[in-house]
Write a protein that binds this ligand. Structure first.
Ligand code: HEM
Length: 219
């Protein structure tokens, strides 16, 4: 029987996810001219001039460089067609990805979490995301070195899901804006939901797929 969308949504979801990541990323990059030099009237930097010229500016600019790079590298590494066409590129690009995540994105995200615009709950959400992101990158890298490639793929897919939290967060903010929702709890809740909801959905999908394939083996 041919697999339909309900039994295997991946052939449709993958290109849609790629398109969504690129569109949202273009929106993120459109703000960059307001960050260099810093424009303290821009949405994100508004009221941050007091903190900015300490350590925050270093974390901020490292994050602005690392964030889009990890999303684009993640897209390239996750695309099966690219892996098949350029197999020699997967390993060096993967090394760069792990280095940028562990040395750039995670420490800068962790530092910025302490100054999260909407307070401690959001800050904790971003800090937990940093730890989860570092764990997935580290465990995925270790599995690759030990040549446990199925485990490597599992951790690196989780890593990509976590990187996509940056996209999900902007989608939540965009939808809230369209719905004219402006509650105080919204952004702190979104800081957690932007990574926990996709991660739980992904893990649920993995378990369902495993159950289905073990059912098929028993038939
Ligand atoms: C997955 C780990 C990540 C963590 C822990 C993280 C953490 C953070 C934190 C704490 C802030 C400041 C939020 C605030 O003060 O309210 C921030 C802002 C930002 N992040 Fe991330 N981030 C991550 C991934 C990414 C990715 C993949 C991108 C890719 C585009 C990205 C791009 C940005 C940008 C551009 C800002 C500045 C605000 C803006 O222009 O929207 N981040 N991030």
């Amino acid at each position: 029987m041919r697999a339909g969308f309900l039994t295997d949504p991946r052939p449709l979801l993958r290109p849609l996810t790629g398109l969504l990541v690129c569109v949202v990323l273009a929106g993120i990059l459109r703000n960059y001219p307001r960050y260099l030099p810093p424009d303290f009237t821009s949405d994100f930097l508004l009221g941050r001039d007091a903190d900015f010229y300490g350590g925050y500016q270093w974390a901020f600019y490292a994050h602005l460089a690392a964030g889009p790079a990890t999303l684009l590298l993640g897209l390239a590494l996750m695309t099966a067609a690219l892996r098949q066409r350029f197999p020699a590129w997967h390993r060096p690009l993967g090394r760069v990805q792990v280095a940028v995540v562990l040395l750039g994105l995670v420490p800068s995200g962790l530092w910025m979490s302490a100054y999260a615009a909407t307070g401690a709950v959001a800050g904790l959400g971003f800090a937990a995301l940093s730890v989860a992101t570092a764990a997935c990158a580290g465990l995925g890298w270790r599995a690759a070195v030990q040549r446990r490639f199925a485990t490597h793929e599992t951790w690196m897919t989780r890593l990509f899901v976590l990187l996509c939290s940056a996209v999900v967060l902007r989608l939540i903010a965009g939808l809230a804006y369209l719905a004219r929702l402006d509650a105080d709890w919204l952004y702190p809740a979104a800081a957690w939901a932007s990574w926990l909801v996709p991660l739980i959905a992904h893990e649920t999908w993995l378990v369902t797929r495993r159950d289905r394939s073990s059912d098929r083996q028993c038939e």
